[in-house]
Write a protein that binds this ligand. Structure first.
Ligand SMILES: Cc1cc2nc3c(=O)[nH]c(=O)nc-3n(C[C@H](O)[C@H](O)[C@H](O)COP(=O)(O)OP(=O)(O)OC[C@H]3O[C@@H](n4cnc5c(N)ncnc54)[C@H](O)[C@@H]3O)c2cc1C
Length: 511
């Protein structure tokens, strides 16, 4: 590997890195992907405990029905006919519930259906629901690559960019319960009141309202198929290859040095991981201090505490929806919890296994967690591939306490759960920090803020002419977000019009 020179060297094999690798290899570039971990895929990774397989960062995907945006991109990426999918419940893929309220509020697939189902529970609100849905679609229509359009638009001019999600929802309806139901899946984008721009809410909820899917047997199959295709097209992928430093020739990066001392040369470099850590690899003087300071001042979105619950075999029927449960009637409060009243709620995702589609043997529960809560153990480092991290007794006690608290509130929502539990595994912000390589275990990368939209709008270009960025820090997180970001990044090398026209031609010929 040392002596080779590549057209494009991609650092990190998350969905963004692999998608870039696929697109550029298909375009004839000699591609090399370097991944620090054993397993490829970043947040697409899976692990298994007591023979039950768990996802780490993909619980459902939207936009995969014929003619929808991710379906088209997945066709182009050679994934659509390979991954095992299960469409979630049409009349309620997400169930939103509140402590003390026995009603289950449902988000349904398809806009008409979404309006119909919620209008049954909020009969006075039909007009407002129509208005809300129209706005979501209007915003989504504004993003060309989200819609596979070859057109270039100046997004900076769009007035909706500087609208706060919570304020917008409150302007659509004065019904407080409905406001909370519409924002009830905000852990999907770490929604923060007075901060999260409406476009983030719109792009995320739209994809799931269009259609919602589970990967049967986990999301790692996406990484498997992408990496196989990249290799078939001549690309090379190396695991256990952690990038540590760039070497320059005048103003351009000539090579990247790995922690094992190997040097990989390339013409273009694309980083798929934490932006500030990427810039740490650039020696002082090669980029302006102002740019570095701007990037270093960006705040990441919150992290999470995860419970991976192995159920006693065949004790729980598989349910084809997710649950978002809130303790308060203000779904925006959960992210601002204090440690003594944690958690304010949870999101719960059942695992779908091809071995047993009738029952689920694995549940994943997710609750917000600030990095500060685990900061005292930040000098410990856990090595992949084990998700269980041993960082000392105090840390184990902390995890046990948080695990019990979370199980208690899930039990209150799902009585009888405790009797069905066989074993429980946990992860904290430190787990995500170490296996994804971010600074703080952030779930979704750079936090977007409607008050300073330009600052949090990251472009793939950096101040180093042959260094580009990709992944969830760019436009949007999530499988769809990073797939679109990969197209944005590759457009800088290939040309957007040319690339989009090829993607559209391929999709048209294969539909
Ligand atoms: C708990 C959780 C739940 C989520 N649920 C969903 C969901 O249900 N649906 C959805 O669509 N999205 C979900 N997401 C978001 C989604 O998983 C991510 O937005 C997306 O996978 C990020 O992809 P990425 O390309 O930015 O790369 P990442 O997945 O962040 O991968 C970065 C890669 O770079 C590697 N790397 C880091 N440093 C180095 C280095 N120095 N050298 C080499 N390699 C390096 C890492 O090991 C990793 O493989 C979830 C995320 C989390 C955390």
């Amino acid at each position: 590997m040392e002596s080779k020179k590549y057209d494009v060297v991609i650092l990190g094999s998350g969905m963004g890195g692999l998608s870039c690798g696929y697109i550029l290899a298909k375009e004839g570039y000699k591609v090399c992907i370097l991944e620090k971990n054993r397993q490829l895929g970043g947040s697409l990774q899976i692990f298994s405990r007591d023979k039950v397989l768990f996802d780490t960062g993909i619980h459902y995907i939207g936009g995969l029905s014929e003619g929808q945006n991710l379906n088209s991109y997945f066709k182009y990426l050679g994934l659509m006919d390979k991954i095992k999918l299960k469409q979630m419940d049409m009349d309620g893929f997400d169930h939103i519930t509140f402590r003390g309220d026995p009603v289950v509020y449902k988000h349904a697939q398809g806009y008409d259906n979404f309006i119909r189902v919620l209008s049954e529970q909020f009969p006075e609100e039909k007009e407002n629901l129509v208005k809300y849905c129209d706005k979501i679609r209007e915003i989504c229509a504004f993003f060309p690559l989200y819609n596979l359009s070859e057109e270039r638009k100046d997004l900076v001019m769009a007035d909706f960019l500087s609208v706060d999600t919570k304020a917008y929802i409150e302007s659509v309806t004065s019904n407080v319960k409905l406001q909370n139901v519409l924002a009830g899946t905000n852990p999907l984008y770490a929604g923060a009141a007075g901060k999260t721009p409406l476009y983030v809410h719109a792009l995320v909820v739209n994809t799931y309202i269009e259609s919602s899917w589970k990967c049967i047997d986990g999301g790692a199959q996406i990484a498997k198929h992408l990496s196989e295709s990249i290799r078939k097209m001549g690309g090379e992928i190396f695991n256990y290859s952690e990038a540590s430093k760039f070497h320059f020739e005048e103003s351009l990066i000539k090579s990247v040095e790995l922690t094992n001392g190997k040097i990989i040369e390339g013409k273009y470099f694309i980083s798929n991981f934490d932006i500030s850590k990427t810039l740490d690899m650039v020696e002082p003087g090669k980029i302006r201090a102002a740019y570095r300071n701007r990037i270093n001042s960006l705040k990441n979105s919150i992290s999470s505490f995860m419970l991976f619950i192995v159920l006693k075999e065949n004790t729980m029927k598989y349910f084809n929806h997710n649950i978002y449960h809130h303790h308060d009637d203000n779904v925006w409060d959960g992210i601002n919890y204090q440690p003594d009243n944690w958690p304010h709620g949870f999101a719960l995702f059942p695992q779908a296994s091809s071995k047993n589609l009738e029952y689920t043997n694995g549940l994943i529960a997710m609750a917000y967690m600030h990095y500060d809560e685990v900061k005292q153990w930040e000098d410990t480092k856990h090595v992949i591939p084990n998700i269980e991290d041993n960082r000392g007794e105090a840390y184990e006690a902390f995890k046990k306490d948080r695990s019990e608290r979370l199980i208690n509130i899930i039990e209150a929502r799902m009585p009888g759960l405790k009797d069905k539990i066989k074993s429980v595994y946990t992860s904290t912000p430190l787990t995500y920090r170490d296996y994804i390589g971010s600074r703080d275990g952030t779930m979704y990368g750079v936090e977007k803020d409607y008050r300073d939209i330009l600052k949090t709008f990251i472009t793939p270009k950096t101040k180093v002419p042959n260094l580009f960025l990709t992944g969830q820090n760019l436009n949007l997180h999530g499988v769809l977000g990073v797939t679109v970001s990969a197209v944005v990044t590759c457009s800088e090398i290939v040309g957007q019009k040319e690339l989009m026209s090829k993607i559209n031609k391929f999709v048209a010929e294969n539909s």
